[in-house]
Design a protein around this ligand. Structure first.
Ligand SMILES: [Zn+2]
Length: 169
């Protein structure tokens, strides 16, 4: 997870769609702007060039019951399906760090050792950083279903490749 510079101005369709009974938060302008702002990388696992991107709500909208959150530009994040699924757990509902507002690297230690990802909060009293570190750890390590074994290992491999490129440079 790295710092993302979100465009200040919300895509225009959001305000219009929010007024409709069954409005959509995924209009063309929203998709295009998120893709650009997030450099087409999943904000949690940082996998690149997403083939099936999803719009993730940092704070859940509870099936549309919380409309303000559903259409709030600052609550929309560019994510892969794997991370969106892993994040969809009660423990992550109200607490993860907003990487558009804070630089995760200031609050979280992230390192890769051989086949292990090590993610930990810098300050043990920082609950938000702790829960975010747990989420990032899980997207690389959660193996509670056959598909997740594959998806977590795939991301770890991509991360290792990325790190190797960095080392070579
Ligand atoms: Zn991801």
């Amino acid at each position: 997870m790295v710092k993302v510079e979100r465009s200040e101005k919300a895509p225009e369709s959001l305000a219009k769609e929010a007024k409709k009974a069954n409005g959509s938060y995924s209009g063309n302008d929203v998709v295009e702007q998120l893709k650009k702002d997030f450099n087409n990388k999943c904000y949690i696992c940082e996998i690149k060039d997403l083939q099936d991107p999803q719009i993730e709500h940092l704070l859940p909208h509870k099936d549309g019951k919380l409309k303000d959150r559903m259409f709030d530009w600052e609550n929309l994040f560019w994510s892969c399906g794997h991370c969106n699924g892993v994040k969809n757990q009660k423990k992550y509902e109200e607490g993860i760090l907003d990487c558009c507002k804070k630089d995760p690297e200031q609050f979280i230690i992230f390192c890769l050792e051989e086949n292990n990802v090590y993610v930990k909060e810098k300050n043990i009293d920082d609950k938000e950083a702790m829960i975010t570190a747990q989420l990032v750890y899980e997207v690389f390590n959660l193996k509670n279903t056959g598909m997740r074994v594959y998806k977590s290992e795939f991301r770890l491999k991509k991360l290792q490749e990325e790190m190797n490129v960095l080392y070579k440079k």
